[in-house]
Design a binder for this molecule. Structure first.
Ligand code: IPT
Length: 991
């Protein structure tokens, strides 16, 4: 028995003994017993340890205790090994289907008492919802089977093995197995029994499986039921009390579709669910039914007859302490957060999530692309040689995986697309999976991005296509063939709806250009939006040597091969803090669009189904950020897709302040995911009466001087500022460097189709080559007049023959101290620059500069290609909160279009700065931080940024965009900062 049931770790088999066909994960009233909780545990370094531990009477008293579900590498403070992070790489030799002898193997044991009233059960099943990667199971010493497919459910019939009273279950889990070759997803390798283990009593006359396929057409709902049960289990009754449905099927095979005229449709926006039960005399199954029809018509993807736009995210199962162990409260809060940020779709990258997640998605309302547990990306490194996807020996593995995926989750209305997997090349096994899905479920299309040419899937899907490529795909009649397609294949792909299954790689600070993709989706109906890579960072909570907590990424656990912080590419940081990119996403994907025109505003309802009856339109007028009037607009209810004009309230511009009208579109009543008043869209109109910017007063009579003097609140030594009011201050220092973002650091390889501007080398490397992080100064001159002082500096880097001239003119204008800085690069600079700024250093005196109050763009950081979440207003922040804690420290905190800034120390105002627009009307932005860009660039983790004794203010005439070059296109040319001359003008007063 044992040899038949136990595959060797290198066997290509999806396991033996697990029940087939797989079935739905159902909420049944039949008895069940959770085997979650403490299990006895022993870890061995190899796979081949003695199997005596499985014996009934084995003495496990010397073993440790481990919780189930969990990953052993996240338990025991490192006693059971460490997590490994790789993206594409395999952390073992590419020698399929073999794995190394060093194969951490966890043996688990626990006792359970079979409930006395289970004696009349027909069968007893043992279900595992997730075990990574290959496991074998014994009950009372008898082996009942084995299985692989880490994020799939496996059930074993243990009826013959269990006995009344006390029982023992033993499980052996191998970290590595042949299955690891098809589970090469970009994530941590986290072995163990990480989802629930449950014992199920199956009653005589019970329901093995049920599938309520639903539809919604012509205003009617429809149910086509598939009931799997013995003939003796009938009659089977379907009850949906809310719809007055009580329908009895008396025998199998006679199940005709039910018309449900009173049903309301389900959509991600209006997730209307009906409580249903399907029961026999012996068992009742509870389901929540949603009526919807998914359909592809031409190149449109429709639900209930209307085009769907996916404002989606790729969602991995990731928790900083639990890894992929499901925590329902945390997941629910995560999904509610998605809803608050206008996310309407989830791709379950790259495996089925815990089954409960789909209940939550149905309930809160998400379009779900449910993806199979499959990725063989590492074969890319060997030119896809030996890729299991095209090897008939692996066919059954692929089919077993997709069957388990579809069968488990088929009842969910939220699941609108099946996805075969991710990055597994292409081949016959994928085509066979697709054929199986088509035969099994005609009601949902099949997606797989790797089917470039559209040979066996229904949707044209790409990842990280650039804006230009996406436009080319969207536009009708484009002549050039699509990527990796012949003209004929291109034509075939163009007949299908298009989806970006991954785009806008959100690693570190970024991405830029979300708005450009959204504009294309609005322009070309064939483009159905996409899924940002990705929802959240996968950082694992760890402690620095001094005990400081931090979020670890690849390499932090001493891995032999790893992919660094490529696992930190979410819009949500590891600790659930939304990064500025998530606010940008929400602003760009707003469901309501507002366009001002004279005294009115055009309101467009961009939603799929919902009208605007649930929304209120609140307006306010602010003078320099101070509210002077507010009210509510009377907007007639607009159906989905409709637009209408609404008059604006009269706004009188203030004589000496900026006047802004802001409209917030907010929820008029609470929802399960947000309180009343939650803002779903915002728009602003500048109503300011234009005033001339004071012109530059031309000074004559410049005289050489030694630069020791004062001007208003400023004091200089050798021409250099040493004090402003009673604070020591130095500056302005030319600052052209920013701590490179992950996008700045990335060379332009890896992603086909992206339009990187400088092949190969990263921007950050070019900046370091040019010495932007190590500029030196040669003072050319210091001159003064009676009420002015100027210095001329030549700024350049070691071993560089290019330079920047910087002229700083301090003067007293209208009784105020003015600083004007003229920055002029020499010829010969060959790269883009990260920034053109001036830095002031403010050392701590009695108390540090630790806060800011400003009028400009805020409240969060903004960059030229990520500006939609920023609004003009008056904001305050501590210096700490001005920076985002990206997992790897990098450029953060720039706030554009500054008008006025007050630096504070506790409650005390230290300096007040006003910006004057340059001759083209442009205003600088600011960054206030306890660290310089150079210090930030040296740190690999936030805890490495040691305490500082100085605050640094950088006023930037301009910043380079963000892009998403870490895995995608570079900064769009319009937002790339080229070396150019700039003027910065400030008026400065002491607090
Ligand atoms: C793409 C993967 O599909 C995804 O899992 C993730 O690794 C992402 O990249 C980067 O974070 S594959 C890439 C080579 C386009």
């Amino acid at each position: 028995m044992s040899t038949e049931l136990s595959p060797h770790v290198s066997d290509i088999t999806p396991g033996r003994g697990a029940l087939r066909p797989a079935r739905s994960w159902l909420h049944s009233d039949a008895p069940s017993l959770s085997l979650n909780g403490p299990w006895r545990f022993r870890l061995s370094p190899t796979a081949s340890g003695p199997e005596d531990f499985a014996a009934d009477g084995f003495d496990d008293r010397g073993w440790d205790s481990i919780p189930v579900p969990s990953h052993w590498v996240l338990e025991g403070d490192g006693a059971y090994g460490r997590p490994i992070y790789t993206n594409i790489q395999f952390p073992f030799p590419i020698d399929p289907p073999h794995v190394p002898d060093e194969n951490p193997t966890g043996d688990y044991r626990r006792h359970f008492d079979l409930p006395a009233d289970w004696s009349d059960a027909e069968r007893v099943l043992l279900r595992f919802d997730g075990v990574e990667s290959l496991f074998r199971v014994w009950v009372n010493g008898a082996e009942v089977g084995s299985a692989s497919g880490s994020r799939l459910a496996h059930e074993f019939d243990v009826t013959a093995a269990v006995r009344a009273g006390g029982n023992t279950v033993a499980v052996r889990v191998h970290q590595w197995s042949a299955a690891s070759y098809v589970e090469d997803q970009d994530q941590w390798w986290l072995p163990g029994i990480f989802r629930d283990v449950t014992l199920l009593a199956r009653p005589v006359g019970g329901i093995e499986d049920v599938w309520l396929r639903t539809g919604f057409e012509d205003g009617h709902g429809r149910i086509e039921a598939e009931i799997t049960a013995d003939a003796s289990a009938f009659p089977v009754t379907l009850r949906i009390p809310e719809l007055d449905i009580e329908h009895v099927w008396t025998a199998p095979g006679e199940i005709a579709p039910l018309d449900v005229p009173d049903a309301r449709p389900w959509s991600a926006e209006q997730p209307r669910l009906y409580e249903a039960t399907v029961s026999t005399a012996a068992e009742a199954i509870a389901l929540r039914v949603g009526f919807r029809t998914v359909e592809i018509r031409g190149d449109l993807f429709l639900v209930n007859g209307r085009r769907v736009v996916f404002h989606g995210v790729n969602r991995h199962e990731a928790h900083p302490e639990r890894g992929r162990v499901f925590d329902e409260a945390h997941a629910r809060e995560d999904l509610a957060r998605m809803k608050r940020f206008n996310v309407n779709a989830i791709r379950t990258s790259h495996y089925p999530p815990h089954p409960r997640l789909l209940d939550l998605a149905d309930e809160l309302g998400f379009w779900v692309v449910l993806e199979c547990d499959l990725e063989t990306h590492g074969f890319d490194q060997v030119g896809w040689a030996g890729n299991p996807s095209d090897d008939p020996a692996w066919r059954e593995v692929y089919l077993d995986r997709i069957r388990r995926t579809v069968e488990r989750d088929k009842n969910h209305p939220g699941v609108v697309i099946w996805s075969l997997g991710n990055e597994a090349g292409t081949g016959g096994n994928l085509a066979a999976m697709s054929a199986w899905v088509h035969a099994r479920d005609a009601g949902r299309p099949v997606h797989y991005e790797g089917d470039y040419t559209g040979a066996y899937t229904d949707i044209y899907s790409r990842m990280y296509a650039s804006v230009s490529e996406t436009e080319q795909i969207g536009a009708d009649g484009a002549r050039s063939p699509l990527l990796n397609c012949t003209p004929a294949q291109s034509a075939r792909q163009r007949t299908k709806p298009f989806l970006l299954c991954e785009y806008a790689h959100a690693m570190g600070n970024g991405p830029g250009a979300l708005d450009q993709y959204e504009a294309l989706v609005r322009q070309y109906p064939r483009l159905h939006g996409g899924f940002v890579w990705e929802w959240r960072d996968h950082g694992l909570l760890a402690a620095a040597p001094d005990g400081t907590p931090y979020y670890a990424y690849g390499g932090d656990f001493g891995e032999v091969v790893h992919d660094g912080n490529f696992v930190m590419d979410g819009m949500l940081l590891s600790d659930d803090v939304p990064s500025p990119s998530l606010f940008e996403f929400a602003a760009v994907t707003r469901p309501i669009d507002l366009v001002f025109d004279g005294g009115k505003v055009a309101v467009t309802n961009l939603r799929h189904t919902a009208d605007t009856a649930d929304l209120s339109f609140r307006w306010r007028v602010e003078h320099d950020g101070v509210r002077v009037a507010s009210g509510e607009l009377d907007v007639a209810v607009l159906a989905a897709g409709e637009s209408g004009w609404t008059p604006l309230p009269p706004v009188t511009p203030a004589p000496h302040a900026e006047t802004w009208l802001t409209i917030d579109v907010a929820l008029a009543s609470p929802t399960p995911w947000a309180p009343k008043g939650h803002v779903v869209a915002t728009a602003q109109l500048d109503c300011t009466a234009r005033r001339p910017v004071p012109t530059v007063r031309q000074q004559a009579d410049w005289q050489p001087c030694d630069g020791h003097r004062s001007l208003g609140i400023a004091e200089f030594t050798g021409g250099s500022l040493v004090r402003l009011g009673d604070r020591p201050v130095s500056g302005p220092h030319l600052e052209l460097f920013r701590a490179p973002t992950d996008n700045d650091e990335s060379p332009s390889d890896g992603v086909e189709g992206s339009d990187d501007s400088i092949a190969g080398t990263s921007h950050a490397d070019l900046w370091r080559r040019d010495g932007l992080d190590r500029l030196t100064v040669r003072r050319i001159g210091v001159e003064h007049t009676q009420d002015a002082l100027r210095t001329l500096d030549k700024v350049s880097a070691a071993n560089s023959a290019v330079w920047v001239m910087m002229e700083s003119i301090w003067s007293v204008e209208d009784g105020e101290l003015e600083l004007r800085v003229e920055i002029e690069p020499s010829h010969g600079w060959r790269t883009v620059w990260p920034r053109i700024g001036i830095r002031f250093d403010l050392p701590d005196v009695a108390a540090p500069v630790d806060g800011a109050e400003w009028f400009g763009l805020g409240p969060l950081e903004s960059y030229p290609d990520s500006l939609h979440a920023a609004r003009t207003g008056h904001f305050t922040s501590t210096i700490r909160d001005l920076s985002v804690d990206y997992a790897r420290p990098q450029e953060t905190g720039h706030r554009a279009e500054l008008r006025r800034l007050t630096l504070t120390s506790g409650a005390t105002e230290v300096l007040r700065i006003r910006t004057l627009a340059d001759t083209r009307g442009r205003r600088p932005g600011f960054t206030l931080s306890r660290h310089t860009p150079q210090q930030i660039a040296r740190a690999e983790h936030p805890f490495e940024l040691t305490d500082s004794t100085t605050s640094h203010l950088i006023i930037d005439a301009a910043q380079h965009g963000l892009g998403s070059r870490a895995c995608g296109p570079d900064v769009w040319p319009e937002f790339a900062l080229r070396p150019e001359s700039r003027t910065i003008r400030l008026r400065i007063a002491a607090g």
